[in-house]
Write a new protein. Structure first.
Length: 751
């Protein structure tokens, strides 16, 4: 039996290829003529006046890769119309002319009873046209037919197809729709948003109190939950309710009974009066999708249809309701009622149904696998607010934000805040902006408090009960104070240098055996000893961190640098938090070229000694350095200056580094006398590189081979002299002695 083909309308037949006028048609004709699998059947042209607007090559194409009697219903030989528009920016349309050509996935939107249009490409038109040639186009047609025939055009792991094609009309659902549908205290309305340039518009499904009046510009939807269907063919959008019913009937779903039940529920047992606000009806379908018949449901798709008829009138049209004495009543159980058919001709306008992001959707779109920890952010300034904005949009973490400051006008140049937020607490601002993005899907808890006030129960509770604390306070006070509290969670401290050229991350290990206190000191040692530390903190206006505060109105840092480092740190913190080790890392950016150098500083163990009113802290890196200098001085003693800092707020003296013996020092097997050549400059350079934090705190020297670190009489005399010298500044003096197998620290202080 011969195949029956569609005839194209409003075209004329051309005698031969010489009459083709569109250049792309001529090129395609030549390619077809040279392709043995394609045979030209007819040449057609559509014109407006004397101008050809469309030319068609009617061809028969043969595909050896199409299996015989395949389940898709594609034949070895198919007749196609290759329709070439005169606009070179438009794709060539491919129409399947066989009238019983199957409806398959990856076909373009069309109208029932006309040729099926094959969707050959997944990419945008612009992307396709960039490399399009007639020859590759013909190969693509055969690829589509063969893949469709074998059921391979839709990969098994590709998301299931929705029931309908795209539409310019949108309905946005709340992210927590399932929970809201189970809440008896609310009902849904549809609020219309602004019109789109393409003629469509966006509406929003909103939950309001059940007794709230319906606004004039809102509509009450009819929700229908349909039985599960098997995905596969993409249906063409219906133009009427009758066509929608026919589509669903082919899927095993009867629309009219479900629709009637929903409409009858609107009037209840006592009926309902007509309302001027009841001007249109939106039918919202919730459709569960299966890959195969009897399989588990793998997804839920939604579709909405707008019909310009009020719900009560639609109820009469469907026979679900009747109108009597200015009231609408349910027709359920009414005897002798004629079957209603008027509803079938009621026009419908399809709407795409979208859903607001919940945290899981935000993570999926951001490529993040882990939901993140319960975490606290200390400091909602420029860096903290930027990182939190990135994490909030990505759905990573559940946050409490601690900050005692409010937004000032100058903050707007570098904070995630707006003019209306001036005067508001920063913690409230970042929480509110997150709510504006996530619409309640994730919640940030603001805590307008001083993070260093550990006596305040809300602060102590937040820092203790969480999994991770991110310190973006840009102060010295918080990280040093938090290091002394054993009950607190693991801390990660981040900051940007005064020039904005570098970002720094200091991360405690998961067990907090290495606290921020010692990581800070090891970071300073790297600044003093590494070449990259020479200008790392250039541009500071005071003490390290506090002087580099991005809240300081005198600081000049473009927001672009804040955001650049915020993006880096926002990516690195989750990666760091996922591992248990301590981290010291610096990202140094060249502002001229935009290149970034990464400097990793190995974190080493800390040691602690009690010295009267102070605790002295030093680390394994210092001890290793001093022992190497001791060995280099053998068989003589050696020594030098100790660099570090005092912090009376936490009762600590921290050793950062030891300088080697100046070249004019005198040493032998039994004694060491430190020289002074270049020493003042070396101490000053260490102070400059660390923004004035690190300075002279005492002396160190070694004992010869075979001797312990027990102080000699000469050592004690030296300590007295050190104490007298440091007394001018009211500071204790520190003397560190390196022995054969031990190390001893002695403190001297004038009373």
């Amino acid at each position: 039996m011969a195949d029956d083909y569609h005839e194209l309308a409003n075209v004329v037949e051309l005698a031969d290829a010489a009459e083709l006028t569109i250049s792309r048609t001529r090129l395609l004709h030549d390619a077809v003529a040279r392709q043995r699998d394609f045979t030209i059947v007819q040449l057609l042209q559509h014109s407006e006046g004397d101008t050809p607007k469309l030319e068609c090559l009617i061809v028969d194409v043969e595909c050896d890769g199409v299996p015989p009697k395949n389940g898709a219903g594609i034949h070895y030989r198919e007749r196609l119309a290759l329709c070439v528009p005169d606009d070179p920016k438009r794709l060539v349309d491919v129409l399947a002319l066989r009238k019983d050509f199957p409806v398959l996935m990856h076909q373009n939107q069309g109208i029932a009873g006309v040729p099926a249009s094959l969707c050959l490409y997944f990419e945008s038109v612009t992307s396709v046209m960039r490399t399009w040639t007639p020859q590759s186009f013909l190969r693509r047609i055969q690829w589509w037919l063969e893949k469709s025939a074998r059921g391979e055009l839709h990969p098994a792991d590709q998301p299931v197809e929705h029931l309908f094609f795209a539409t310019p009309y949108e309905l946005v659902l709340p992210w927590d729709l399932a929970a809201l549908r189970n809440n008896a205290e609310v009902r849904f309305i549809l609020a219309r948003g602004p019109d789109h340039p393409n003629g469509g518009f966006t509406s929003f499904l909103e939950a309001v109190p059940r007794d709230a009046p319906l606004q004039a510009d809102a509509a009450a939807p009819i929700e229908l939950t349909l039985p599960p269907i098997v995905h596969g063919f993409i249906e063409r959008d219906p133009a009427t309710l009758g066509q929608l019913a026919d589509i669903l009937a082919r899927r095993g779903v009867e629309l009219l009974p479900i629709l009637s039940t929903a409409l009858q529920a609107r009037v209840g047992a006592t009926g309902a009066a007509a309302s001027a606000e009841d001007k249109c009806t939106v039918i919202l379908l919730h459709i569960s999708i299966r890959r195969t018949d009897g399989a588990e449901v793998v997804g839920v798709t939604h579709r909405a249809f707008l019909t310009p008829m009020g719900g009560l009138e639609l109820g009469v049209a469907t026979g679900a309701l009747f109108f009597h004495n200015k009231q609408y009543f349910s027709a359920a159980g009414v005897l002798g009622a004629e079957p209603a058919t008027a509803w079938q001709e009621q026009p419908v306008f399809p709407m795409d149904v979208l859903s607001r992001n919940d945290a899981q959707a935000a993570r999926r779109q951001s490529g993040i696998d882990e939901e993140g920890p319960n975490a606290v952010l200390v400091g909602a300034g420029s860096l903290g607010s930027a990182m939190l904005n990135l994490w909030g949009r990505a759905g990573w973490g559940r946050w409490t934000v601690i900050d005692k400051d409010h937004v000032k006008p100058h903050n707007l140049s570098r904070h995630v805040a707006y003019a209306q937020h001036v005067g508001d607490p920063k913690s409230d601002v970042v929480a509110g902006l997150n709510a504006a993005v996530m619409n309640g899907a994730t919640v940030i808890t603001p805590l307008n408090a001083d993070a260093t006030d550990f006596e305040q129960s809300s602060v102590k509770g937040a820092l203790t009960s969480t999994q991770l604390v991110i310190d973006a306070s840009t102060t010295l006070e918080y990280p040093r104070a938090a290091s002394a509290v054993d009950a607190f969670a693991r801390h990660i401290s981040v900051f940007i240098t005064p020039s904005g050229d570098a970002g720094v991350l200091l991360a405690e290990d998961a067990q907090r055996s290495l606290r921020l206190r010692t990581l800070e000191a090891q970071y300073y040692r790297a600044l003093i000893q590494q070449e990259w530390g020479r200008a790392h903190l250039a541009g500071n206006v005071g003490l390290f961190w506090s002087g580099a505060s991005c809240r300081d109105i005198s600081m000049v840092i473009p927001y672009s640098r804040i955001m650049g480092h915020a993006s880096t740190l926002a990516e690195q913190i989750p990666a760091t938090a996922a591992h248990e080790g301590a981290v010291i890392c610096v990202w140094q950016r060249d502002p001229v070229r935009g290149s970034v150098d990464v400097h990793d500083v190995p974190a080493v163990a800390e040691r602690r000694m009690s010295l009267d009113d102070f605790d002295l802290f030093f680390d394994a890196g210092i001890e290793q350095q001093l022992r190497e200098l001791r060995t280099q001085g053998f068989p003589n003693e050696t020594g030098g200056v100790l660099l570090g800092y005092y912090d009376f707020n936490i009762g600590a003296v921290v050793v950062v580094a030891g300088l080697p013996a100046p070249p004019d020092s005198k040493s032998n097997r039994d004694s060491f006398e430190r020289g002074i050549a270049g020493l003042t400059e070396a101490v000053a350079e260490a102070s400059r590189r660390t923004a004035g934090v690190v300075g002279y705190i005492g002396e160190w020297h070694s004992h010869p081979p075979g001797h312990s670190s027990l102080p000699s009489r000469d050592d004690l005399l030296q300590l007295v002299h050190l104490a007298l010298g440091m007394a001018d500044d009211g500071l204790p003096a520190v003397q560190l002695i390196v022995g054969e197998n031990d190390l001893q620290v002695v403190q001297g202080m004038m009373k």
